[in-house]
Design a binder for this molecule. Structure first.
Ligand code: ATP
Length: 206
């Protein structure tokens, strides 16, 4: 199973990296592809440019076994729809099973995604329980929920699994706000990423 972890990564932080390491180990994923998105369809435009966000992800994954950066969504100038990304990947990896990785906050909004049923037709979804996020699964998710990890790992698509991960209460918004106030963020993201942010004066204004 190939792990696919999309996000705005504005910037990438330990709340992204640590839970995904745990999930990668729990599910035995050889590879996790980090996929920075261009213009998130459901979100405000990003603060840092695509080029900066990509570079920060590149710096962040160094030293993590099996973590790779996939910049295909940034090659598309307009919106990044997950369904298109999955179709693209299917063409490249015709026999692999895909595991979309997301936090619970993102997962509960899946029905608002463009062609979300097609997304489920192309991939399984591993959900990381995130601090403060809704705990109960919505009714639509209960229908595709595997309680057993083995059942999830045996499915080719359309199933979800909730992985308990050690809560890391960090968000990119929090990191940006602290940077704007010139408050310490050293424990929140890799030193290489922080150095890059400082070098390029990203997030200096609120
Ligand atoms: P922002 O604060 O700008 O909204 P964010 O920190 O939520 O950003 P994103 O890049 O939007 O980061 O998130 C990408 C994915 O990572 C989403 O699926 C999100 O749920 C998940 N995620 C982000 N932070 C955490 C965290 N601390 N623990 C678990 N999952 C997380």
């Amino acid at each position: 199973m190939i792990g696919l972890f999309g996000g705005s990564f504005d910037p990438i932080h330990f709340g992204h990296l640590r839970p995904v390491v745990e999930l990668q180990q729990a599910l035995g994923l050889d590879v996790v592809r980090f996929i920075p998105c261009a213009l998130p369809p459901h979100r405000q435009p990003t603060v840092a440019s695509a080029a900066h966000r990509l570079e920060m992800v590149r710096l962040a994954v160094v030293g993590y076994a099996g973590f790779v950066v996939d910049d295909r969504e940034l090659q598309r100038p307009e919106v990044s729809y997950t369904v298109d990304t999955l179709k693209d990947l299917r063409g490249e990896y015709p026999t692999s099973t895909f595991c979309l990785i997301m936090g619970m906050d993102a997962f509960v909004n899946l029905p608002t995604w463009y062609c979300w049923q097609d997304v489920l037709g192309l991939a399984n979804i591993a959900v990381m329980r995130r601090p403060g996020a809704q705990v109960a699964l919505p009714a639509w998710a209960q229908q595709i929920h595997c309680r057993q990890r083995s059942e999830f790992l045996g499915a080719s698509s359309g199933q979800c699994y909730v992985q308990e991960v050690t809560p890391v209460d960090i968000s990119a918004t929090h990191v940006r706000n602290r940077l704007a106030k010139q408050t310490d963020v050293e424990t929140m993201l890799p030193a290489t990423v922080l150095h890059y942010i400082q070098q390029h004066q990203l997030y200096a204004k609120p």
